[in-house]
Design a protein around this ligand. Sequence first.
Ligand code: SAM
Length: 281
Amino acid sequence: MIDALPPLREVIARHELRARKSLGQNFLLDLNLTSRIARAAGDLRRADVLEIGPGPGGLTRGLLAEGARHVLAIEKDARCLPALAEIAAAHPGRLTVLQGDALQIDPRAHLTPPIRVVANLPYNVGTELLVRWLTPPDWPPFWESLTLMFQREVAERIVAQPGSKAYGRLAILAQWRCSARIVLTLPPEAFTPPPKVASAVVHLTALPEPRFPADAKLLERVVAAAFNQRRKMLRASLRGLDPRIEARLERLGIPPTARAEEIGLDAFCALARDMGDPANG
Ligand code: SAM
C-alpha cells in the first residue's frame, strides 16, 4: 500500500476509464512499479514534478508517495479528471491537474524550480515532446531531469553509441547536453491493455554545459543531413550543406568516406563549429 486510496482497477471500473488507443492509453496498475519509476527520478522532495498524461493516476500516486513537493499533471482525456481529483483531495495542495494537450500547453508558469519531468508518455506524442524538451532556445533548460517511459526501441535510440543501428539524431540530441541511461525495462504485460512491444524508462539529466561547444541549430542541420542518408558516406550526404565538405572533413581528421553512424558526438560538434567559423568558409 503506497497510499490510502482504492486500488487502480477499482478506480478505473468506477469511472469507466476504458483505455482508448487513439490517446495511447496503456495504463500501469501496479503501484509498486509506479513508485519504482518515481524513485528512478531521484529525490523529488525538493522538486516540482511535471507529469504528462497521468490517466487514472498510477504514476501520479507513486510520485506523491515518494514525496514530490508538488505535481503538475497535464491530461488530455477529460474522463480521467474525477479520478485525479480524488488523488488531489488525498494530498491537499500537492497536485494540480490541467486538462488539455501537452503539445499546446506551456507548463512553466505553473511550476517552481527545481523541476523534474516524469511521465509514462503517450506513444503518439512522446518523441515530439522529448525533442522539444531537448531543444529549448536557451541552455540549461527549465527542467533538471527527465524520467520518461518510451517504447524500448525509442529508449535504445536515445542512449545509443556510435557503431550501433540505433545511433542517430535522437542519440546526439540527447547526449550532447544530457547524460542519458535506461533505468528500467518493462514487458508488455506490465500495462493494461498490453501494448505490442516492450517499454523502457530513460533517465536524462541536463548537463550545465554541452559536452562539446557547437551552435545548436548548425549541429542539428549537420546531424539531420548526415543521418537522413545514413548509408551514404559523409562526403556525399553532407555535400548539399557544403560543396567543399570533403576538404573540410579531411582538415578535421574525419574520414570523408565514413558514414554518419560511425561518427562520435565530438566530431559532429567539431564539424558544426568549423562550418560556423567564417575563417573556414
Ligand atoms: N500515466 C498513466 C499510467 O502510467 O498508467 C497513463 C499513461 S498512458 C501511456 C498515456 C496518457 O497520456 C493517457 O492517459 C492519455 O490520455 C494521455 N495523453 C495522450 N495524449 C496526450 C496529450 N497530447 N497531452 C496530454 N495527455 C495526453
